[in-house]
Design a protein around this ligand. Structure first.
Ligand SMILES: Cc1cc2nc3c(=O)[nH]c(=O)nc-3n(C[C@H](O)[C@H](O)[C@H](O)COP(=O)(O)OP(=O)(O)OC[C@H]3O[C@@H](n4cnc5c(N)ncnc54)[C@H](O)[C@@H]3O)c2cc1C
Length: 402
């Protein structure tokens, strides 16, 4: 039986921030072409980073404020709660789990990432935070004085722990490392960062892993590798996320260890298909072939892909940054930021801020971290682009080994 298909000039698969910006990129070139967005999510595209930050600490900022207004701003047609299961590039056809069919002239794949889970039964009391629906579930079990267990030493675990404790929720934070963010920050910053959590009342369980959980009547029991059993009113997992590459692999698009391989204009290996956001392996202008699971990358790559799709190909030459903020600490990072590198700090005058420079084993600059300091990132992009050696940078910037 042949299905009647809906046709769009531009069909965007995924309803995240990359797709939202792709629609804006298309509209900057093509005012009238039809744009369809198919999203498995039940909510229209929204600002994802707010789910673990602003929504918890700014009472004037509501869920409505996270709405990106993709349909209204860029005249797109949204299909929510719709999972794409197959793409046939020769026929320019897309099929969904509920057996709908769509045809396209040009297609964007922006399926983003899914959070890692832990073995245990599905329950409303256990959330691997990714979506707005996840945020609502955390809200429902984390009223004042409840006890929520958070697992993970990445930005999701750290941010949600900070958000919850500022809502008078008791928080236990389980991390496999010795200290918060010790793999990213130099010792003095990792210590200062962790102290902020301890001062706020977060109970940290270091150097152990969550093994499994059980859900009993209105409670969750979390079993740690070191034998400890934690009992809470809810459990939030921040165990990292994996790019959703199933569809891409099924087509098949060329994929490497980073994700869907795209060129400078974000075109994939298959005619009339572009990709953007978390799922891509792209040629970064400074860092070489990369992936980036960051919002700045989703926004910029999405916009550039949209322009390319609309017939005005642009080179994606933006090296994205990553940021986070908790309590009164904010930081931004560019390039490779790992505490296993050689690190030097530049102390900011007139503030408690610092800039940390990360050098590879041959003393070449490979990453920069801005801690509690707001300086135009393009300044550091330009420095990173030149890939100076430590000795050269030391002649220009007063640096102290950390
Ligand atoms: C809580 C949280 C906080 C964050 N905070 C920060 C931060 O502070 N700084 C930062 O840089 N980054 C942050 N990030 C990461 C950032 O939000 C992501 O890198 C970015 O949103 C990725 O955008 P995307 O459009 O590529 O993918 P996503 O936003 O993951 O969107 C993918 C979309 O595709 C849909 N989809 C997937 N498969 C299918 C399918 N088969 N059919 C139809 N639809 C499908 C999904 O439902 C989703 O709508 C955060 C992420 C989370 C979860």
């Amino acid at each position: 039986m042949s299905l009647k298909s809906k046709h769009f000039n531009y069909l965007l698969i995924g309803g995240g921030m990359a797709a939202d910006q792709a629609a804006a990129g298309i509209r900057s070139i093509d005012a009238s072409g039809s744009i369809g967005i198919i999203s498995a999510d039940s909510d229209a595209p929204y600002a994802r980073p707010a789910l673990s930050k602003k929504l918890w600490v700014d009472p004037d900022f509501t869920e409505d404020d996270t709405d990106l207004q993709t349909a209204e701003k860029n005249n797109t047609t949204l299909f929510l709660q719709t999972q794409v299961t197959q793409i046939k590039p020769k026929d320019h056809l897309v099929t969904t789990a509920d057996n709908k069919q769509f045809s396209y002239d040009k297609l964007l794949l922006a399926t983003g990432s899914s959070p890692q889970k832990l073995s245990g039964p599905a329950s409303d009391l256990v959330v691997a935070l990714r979506s707005k629906a996840d945020y609502r579930r955390i809200r429902s079990f984390s009223q004042t004085h409840k006890h929520v267990i958070v697992v993970g030493n990445g930005y999701i675990g750290n941010e949600i722990a900070a958000g919850l404790i500022q809502n008078d929720v008791h928080v236990s934070l389980v991390i496999s490392d010795h200290r918060l963010y010790e793999k990213k920050f130099p010792l003095f910053l990792s210590k200062a960062y962790q102290q902020r959590y301890l001062d706020a009342g977060v109970k940290i369980y270091p150097e152990t892993r969550a093994v499994k959980y059980e859900v009993t009547d209105k409670h969750v029991k979390l079993f740690l590798e070191n034998g400890t059993i934690l009992k809470g009113d809810g459990l939030v997992l921040g165990l990292g996320a994996q790019a959703n590459l199933d569809l891409a692999e099924k087509i098949p698009l060329s994929v490497d260890n980073y994700g869907v391989i795209v060129d400078e204009q974000l075109k994939t290996s298959v005619h009339d298909i572009w990709a953007a956001g978390d799922i891509i392996s792209y040629p970064d202008a400074i860092l070489g072939r990369q992936k980036a699971g960051h919002v700045n990358h989703a926004i910029k790559s999405g916009y550039t892909a949209g322009q390319s799709m609309a017939g005005a190909p642009k080179t994606y030459d933006h090296t994205p940054y990553f940021y986070s903020w908790v309590f009164d600490i904010n930081w931004e990072a560019l390039g490779h930021v790992s505490s296993s590198s050689t690190m030097y700090a530049e102390k900011m005058q007139h503030s408690d801020g610092s800039v940390i420079y990360y050098f590879d084993k041959d003393d070449y600059l490979q990453g920069v971290l801005l801690w509690n300091t707001k300086i135009n990132l393009d300044h550091y992009r330009n420095i990173l682009k030149k890939k100076p050696q430590l000795a050269v940078l030391q002649q220009i910037v007063p640096l102290q080994k950390v």
